[in-house]
Design a protein around this ligand. Structure first.
Ligand code: ATP
Ligand code: MG
Length: 199
């Protein structure tokens, strides 16, 4: 064996023992609270990717779309053929289009009600609360109410929260927090959002 191969073998052995130790020390089994936040692209995409993953094993999944419910969404089109997926959508479009705080709050609370039902149902393996961070930011939803529902959810249930400017209580509580960082976005070069790529 050459020097290089010997060195590689030794360093792989070290790495393997490190990884084995880490795997052995992860002993807890329970659902997770995950937050996908930050200004970069990919939060909702990552959530739908996880939805696909869970559906792939036959688990039941609930997705609640706040704000952008009225928008087209390719994943929703495709995956809603699966009986294990329930999607609830906030009926109004963007808040700056409706420009009516009272009706926005009502639409938000209606769809939140569906979210609360999912968060209390042990048969639902994964719940996605897409763009819910804005509901908290606008004051349409109380953080206490959301935290209570999250804390009392079934032990095996995983929840994914997406949206920019996630409330501190959410990121403090979450098991996994990913901050998508924008390095560049095509939109800022004047390129339109593309069907089947961006939505
Ligand atoms: P995606 O749905 O593509 O995963 P996202 O959930 O991370 O994006 P949102 O803030 O929810 O980001 O963005 C919704 C829409 O705006 C999507 O069509 C997305 O492609 C686009 N978008 C995301 N990030 C940016 C950005 N930094 N600048 C402009 N448009 C963006
Ligand atoms: Mg999003």
């Amino acid at each position: 064996m050459s020097d290089r191969e010997t060195r590689h073998k030794r360093s792989m052995q070290k790495l393997k023992s490190h990884v084995d130790d880490r795997v052995a020390s992860a002993t807890e089994q329970r659902g997770l609270l995950m937050v996908f936040t930050g200004n970069g692209k990919g939060k909702t995409t990552a959530a739908w990717g996880t939805v696909t993953r869970a559906l792939g094993y036959g688990y039941k999944v609930g997705v609640v779309q706040f704000i952008k419910g009225a928008w087209e969404c390719g994943e929703r089109e495709r995956l809603s053929e699966d009986d294990n997926l329930e999607v609830q959508v906030m009926a109004t479009g963007f808040t700056w289009e409706t420009q009516n705080r009272a009706s926005d709050i009502q639409a938000c609370l209606e769809v939140w009600h569906e979210a609360e039902r999912m968060l209390a149902d042990p048969s639902v393996y994964l719940v996605v609360l897409d763009e819910i961070t804005y509901m908290l930011k606008f004051g349409y939803l109380d953080i206490e109410r959301v935290m209570t529902a999250l804390q009392h959810r079934p032990i095996e249930q995983t929840v994914i929260i997406t949206g920019r400017n996630a409330h501190r209580d959410l990121t403090d509580r979450a098991d996994t927090v990913t901050e998508m960082q924008e390095t560049r976005h095509a939109f800022n070069s004047g390129i339109q959002a593309r069907r089947g790529i961006d939505y």
